[in-house]
Design a protein around this ligand. Structure first.
Ligand SMILES: Cc1cc2nc3c(=O)[nH]c(=O)nc-3n(C[C@H](O)[C@H](O)[C@H](O)COP(=O)(O)OP(=O)(O)OC[C@H]3O[C@@H](n4cnc5c(N)ncnc54)[C@H](O)[C@@H]3O)c2cc1C
Length: 290
């Protein structure tokens, strides 16, 4: 299939990209890695008349540590997140999530900015953004703003981005000493989007009690869900099998997924419970606690 006709503009700088978006308004779409937009154009589900390619803006491709934060430029490719020794060391769950995205070719081209802007509810990087409620930096010709991931992701394929705005940077926190993590998913075939995916971090205090717990589930709603209230209720406890089981069961009970051709609501709820149980055990194993 072929896309509808469009004009192609290659921006070399952010200012050039802002000017092009300003000039073409609603008719323009940003092209980053092209791994979601071009299939949608080929299927005529997207018909931009102007494509603004930001792939050549080298200033937007970086991963840098800054104290207890990792700043990631919007044009960072999935394989760069997967292979970055910094990310592997200070936020290994993010590298693991990137490794699980699609196939090799998709990870070579796809970008973190594109994945977040595309906002697929089953995608890995939106799940990571929600888990940490990351800061997302957005620019336009008129200035910059920062939006937290929980506000940025609005619904399926819908974000807080305005047509003239570009997502420029995502800021993740680093995991600290004594903080374990787990990331589990089920997909029908290797490289497919997950039917359900879960991500957790568990931080223990010096007495072995849970000091911080983060829980997030993807593929069960119009956007990935952070289970903050549920997580808070399990802080302060000693993490054992009953703790793991109670969280997994309560979380699954809260889910109200829909049924579609990939899976029934009941199957998704069941997956949530099983995957959370496994991810929590992984996190505790990484802490030598299980
Ligand atoms: C066969 C296949 C399998 C896949 N499997 C998975 C998977 O398992 N998990 C997963 O998470 N993803 C998967 N993907 C999607 C992949 O991760 C894409 O790379 C990602 O969704 C989009 O990133 P991109 O850079 O390619 O964006 P593009 O396709 O270029 O753009 C996507 C959207 O984001 C907008 N956009 C891009 N960059 C910016 C920016 N900086 N600011 C504002 N708007 C922007 C574009 O205008 C467009 O609307 C798959 C894709 C394919 C084709």
């Amino acid at each position: 299939m072929k896309p509808a006709p469009f004009s192609y503009h290659a921006a070399q700088t952010l200012d050039e990209a802002f000017a092009l978006l300003q000039a073409h308004g609603d008719e323009a779409r940003i092209l980053a890695g092209g791994q979601s937009l071009t299939p949608m154009m080929n299927m005529r589900m997207a018909r931009p008349t102007h494509l603004v390619d930001i792939g050549g803006i080298e200033d937007l491709a970086y991963i840098r540590g800054n104290g207890d934060r990792i700043e990631i430029g919007a044009l960072t490719r999935h394989y760069q997140l997967e292979q970055s020794s910094l990310v592997q060391r200070v936020c290994p769950i993010l590298a693991a999530a990137a490794r699980n995205i699609g196939h090799y070719a998709i990870r070579q081209r796809g970008t973190i900015g594109g994945s977040l802007a595309h906002a697929d509810p089953a995608a890995e990087l939106p799940l990571m953004a929600v888990l940490f409620d990351t800061e997302i930096e957005i620019g336009s010709g008129a200035g910059n703003r920062v939006v937290m991931a929980s506000d940025f992701l609005v619904s399926i394929y819908t974000t807080a981005l305005e047509p003239n705005e570009i997502l420029t940077q995502v800021v993740f926190p680093t995991l600290v000493a004594g903080e374990g993590w787990g990331f589990r998913w089920v997909s029908r075939r290797v490289g497919d989007f997950a039917i359900v995916s879960v991500a957790v971090t568990v931080k223990l205090d010096s007495s072995g009690r849970v000091e911080r717990l983060r829980l997030a589930v993807g593929g069960v709603d119009a956007k990935p869900l952070a289970l903050g209230q549920l997580a808070d209720a399990y802080v302060g406890q000693g993490p054992g099998s009953r703790w793991v089981e109670a969280i997994a069961e309560e979380a699954a009970g809260q889910m109200q997924p829909g049924s579609d051709l990939h899976a029934s609501a009941e199957y998704r709820r069941e997956l949530t419970q099983v995957l959370l149980r496994r991810a929590l055990r992984d996190a505790l194993d990484r802490l030598g606690k299980h």
